[in-house]
Design a protein. Structure first.
Ligand code: ZN
Length: 309
């Protein structure tokens, strides 16, 4: 690696992936589980909110499906989808930032890596958002930071709880200090949610939650939940191992390790996230329990666009 700057290395933009590798033996409309090698029918996998029915492996989940799986049917109204990142620094690594943005926008059909909405969970109105890891590794630049700040501000204004589902490689290096600033401003907005509205914030950590996102609002939840076997940490295990020159303990930086060490409150299977959050919010807000607790996710309804941002 000598002589090469880190971002020029072939693996610089590589991100931990748990999608099955492109496998010529996998038939069309099927996905092979990278954990147990079971062949899963794509439609059935989607219906199971992308959890392997055989071994419980949690595949990455698209933000639309994520929010539909968390919120009550027909309650979602999207916000801030019109915010677009700008290349203020004229940043160029192995290719220009503008080109990276354009290719992600084209591939995913969204302007940036965060999706936020108003909705309700078990009848509790909430402001909710989640990362799209497919968009430049879910990295947090100014647009993602602005969207999250606005999410907390809407929650403060409406006096409702906030929920953020994280999956991110951290700050977006192509925006330099502008991306690092987002750590401070999201946390400041979150502070106002507590001080001014006295409303809870539930942080859900999914695979992988790292870098500046893990080092800011993701670890500041009043309640922090994580999906099973997710990578959660600041720097990656390889970097830490090389820095301290020691072998790392077994299971280091997984949800299970963090739970054992008191860093998170619970590990919740994806299928139980909605009921867990619904029950928690109703308890925290002093609302009566719902008689049909334990009901499962309803049929997803299309997401409406907010009339104004
Ligand atoms: Zn499996």
């Amino acid at each position: 690696m000598a002589g090469k700057r880190w971002f020029e290395r072939p693996d610089a933009m590589a991100v931990p992936s748990r999608e099955s590798a492109a496998d010529p033996a996998t038939p069309e409309f099927y996905t092979r589980c990278p954990s147990c090698t079971e062949l899963l029918y794509d439609e059935a996998l989607r219906e199971a909110i992308k959890v392997c029915g055989r071994c419980g492996h949690h595949f990455p989940l698209e933000p639309e499906l994520r929010l539909l799986s968390l919120c009550d049917v027909g309650t979602l109204v999207e916000h801030d989808g019109h915010l677009v990142a700008r290349d203020l620094l004229g940043f160029f690594d192995s290719k220009p930032y503008k080109a990276r943005l354009a290719s992600s926008q084209k591939a995913i059909g969204r302007s940036d890596a965060f999706y936020s909405a108003s909705g309700a969970v078990w009848g509790v109105p909430v402001e909710v958002g989640c990362f799209d890891f497919r968009f430049m590794g879910g990295s947090m630049g100014a647009v993602v930071g602005e969207s999250i700040t606005r999410l907390y501000e809407r929650a403060t204004e409406r006096k409702v709880p906030a929920i953020v589902v994280s999956a991110s490689g951290g700050a977006r290096m192509q925006e330099g200090v502008l991306s690092l600033m987002q750590m401070a401003r999201t946390c400041a907005a979150l502070g106002r949610l507590r001080d001014e509205a006295g409303m809870p914030y539930v942080s859900v950590l999914t695979h992988p939650t790292t870098g500046g996102v893990a080092a800011s609002f993701a670890m500041l939840g009043d309640i922090i939940l994580a999906e099973p076997r997710s990578l959660i940490g600041f720097a990656g295990p390889r970097v830490i191992k090389e820095t301290i020159g020691q072998a790392l303990p077994e299971g280091f930086q997984t949800s299970e390790y963090l739970l054992d060490h008191g860093m998170i409150d619970a590990i919740v299977e994806r299928s139980a996230l909605r009921s867990t959050i619904g029950r928690l919010l109703r308890q925290l807000l002093g609302l009566p329990a719902l008689p049909d607790e334990g009901r499962t996710t309803g049929t997803p309804a299309p997401v409406r666009e907010a009339g104004s941002a």
